[in-house]
Design a protein. Structure first.
Length: 175
């Protein structure tokens, strides 16, 4: 099945406007929230190096599913399949992607030399839409899509001791 012009426009506009998207590689990992930039018909991300966002199993030549939220309501708007390719430093595609990503990177500790560090330590990936959206307005799944809590040794609060309300009431009367 091929994408229609409306689906292509929905994917592009929603992804451009959203500052954060969720990307899931087919490795069985949970979706990873990533910041990005839309450059020349594809979503570009940078990460995988020290001090940068993790890329959650994305690899050159792999695939992924990108889920985009609605800018105004914050709920899921569209999910689209992508083909992942790595951009090599100093190639035309890399330079264009890095210039866009540089403007979107918040709180960089080395803003002046950030692109040199990205070339040396990070990956810049290009995610190109590769088919019709799996989710879009009018064709959304019934479930919430919410992830369960991560296993943790933390516990919930224990019931309040019976005497505590009386102790607190006495303390308020004295004050």
């Amino acid at each position: 099945m091929t994408e229609t012009a409306e689906q292509t426009a929905l994917v592009e506009e929603a992804t451009k406007k959203s500052g954060l998207v969720w990307v899931q590689a087919p490795t069985g990992r949970s979706p990873q929230a990533v910041w990005h930039a839309w450059v020349d018909g594809a979503m570009c991300v940078v990460g995988g190096g020290p001090g940068e966002q993790p890329l959650g199993g994305l690899t050159d030549g792999g695939t992924a599913v990108v889920t985009v939220r609605s800018k105004d309501k914050g709920g899921r708007l569209v999910a689209w399949p992508a083909t992942v390719s790595a951009l090599l430093p100093d190639s035309d595609g890399w330079t264009a992607a890095v210039e866009e990503l540089k403007g979107k990177r918040l709180n960089a500790p080395d803003a002046e030399t950030m692109t040199v560090r990205w070339a040396r330590e990070c990956q810049v990936l290009r995610l190109v839409p590769s088919g019709p959206p799996s989710e879009q307005p009018g064709a959304m799944p019934d479930g919430s899509g919410a992830a369960g809590p991560v296993p943790s040794p933390a516990t919930t609060r224990q019931p309040m001791p019976e005497a505590l309300p009386r102790l607190l009431a006495r303390r308020r009367k004295r004050a």
